[in-house]
Design a protein. Structure first.
Length: 337
């Protein structure tokens, strides 16, 4: 997973840094991006300490410590200003240290890394045709078109571009046989927005990779799973690295993954964090296969939730058989089964 981060940093330098900064800037910017990824990974560790992750996904022994108590009940600073019955004692740390607050605490140059790409208000066709331009919203929607009708000899009229995304405008030019000038402003605007969006998405993926890589095979894949759900990442990735066959909470975690929309066909690495070297080949196993042989614990095969669901299903089927009187003998056999 560290290789994936390295690959992204190389892409970032090539596409977003190289030739756009001084020599010093070109050296600093990739390091700052790497540091920012690490900063977000550490934030998520602070937001969800190990004992909190273990409480959300029960597995190995649970510490008595609870982060809400640490932050709001045993906090010396708060104790100076609020009594024991104050409502502040009932705050939830997860909600208190939420994503919006975290992002708002960033300096401007870091905050924009998580913002969506914004289009310029005016995009010119090219320097040779300065009068031909589009007025865009921040999202790239044409508010007004000027002189496109003249440039295209009315093959495309200015008014028909209003309300279109600039990508659709480019498609319209091509569909009607209008050749865009080399290095035109329309395609440059779209290219920049697409690269900026890719940067944001891959940066968040790298945060997830670092959350997994910083810890171990039990806590941090679960922490990364929380991150994936919150930031709309691929939940397959943390699950792929979470399989430790000695993990007493693995079956429960698999169930949480499946309830979140995961696939039973997902192939997972077995013992990723137990490998002796980077080159060591890892075996894989599917979720479907794990479900068939992995016990919940030493005493039970199914989790309490699975057992409850099985009982509900049995009750429904039994009631349905009770209502079916067409074949008494067959009904009796099915009830016994």
């Amino acid at each position: 997973m560290n290789d994936k981060v390295d690959e992204f940093i190389k892409w970032y330098f090539k596409n977003m840094v190289n030739g756009k900064y001084t020599n010093i800037g070109e050296y600093i910017q990739p390091n700052q991006m790497r540091n920012f990824i690490e900063k977000m990974a550490v934030w998520y560790e602070l937001r969800y300490p190990e004992y909190e992750v273990n409480r959300l996904f029960p597995g190995s022994s649970q510490e008595q410590t609870q982060v809400n108590d640490v932050m709001f009940k045993s906090n010396p600073y708060l104790n100076e200003f609020f009594d024991e019955k104050s409502d502040i004692r009932y705050l939830d740390w997860d909600d208190f240290y939420n994503t919006k607050v975290f992002i708002n605490s960033f300096p401007w140059e870091e905050k924009i890394k998580l913002s969506k790409p914004l289009y310029s208000n005016i995009v010119y066709l090219s320097s040779k045709f300065g009068g031909v331009h589009l007025h865009l919203t921040n999202n790239g929607i044409v508010e007004m078109s000027e002189n496109v009708s003249i440039y295209t000899n009315s093959v495309i009229k200015d008014e028909e571009l209003e309300g279109l995304h600039v990508k659709k405008v480019i498609e319209l030019f091509k569909n009607r046989g209008i050749v865009l000038p080399p290095n035109n402003g329309l395609e440059k605007a779209v290219e920049y927005a697409d690269k900026y969006l890719y940067q944001k998405e891959e940066m968040l993926n790298c945060v997830m990779y670092r959350i997994i890589e910083r810890g171990g095979n039990r806590i941090d894949p679960r922490r990364a799973f929380l991150f994936a759900k919150e930031f709309k990442r691929n939940i397959d990735i943390p699950m792929m690295y979470a399989v430790d066959l000695s993990d007493p909470g693995l079956r429960r975690f698999m169930n949480e993954y499946l309830k979140a929309g995961g696939s039973k066909d997902l192939e997972c690495y077995v013992g990723y964090f137990s490998k002796a070297s980077k080159q060591e080949k890892l075996h894989t196993v599917s979720i479907k296969k794990l479900i068939l042989f992995l016990n919940n614990d030493a005493a039970t095969f199914y989790t309490p939730e699975e057992s409850e669901l099985h009982q509900k299903l049995a009750n429904v089927l039994y009631c349905k058989l009770e209502q079916d009187t067409s074949n008494q003998a067959e009904t009796k056999k099915l009830k016994l089964k």
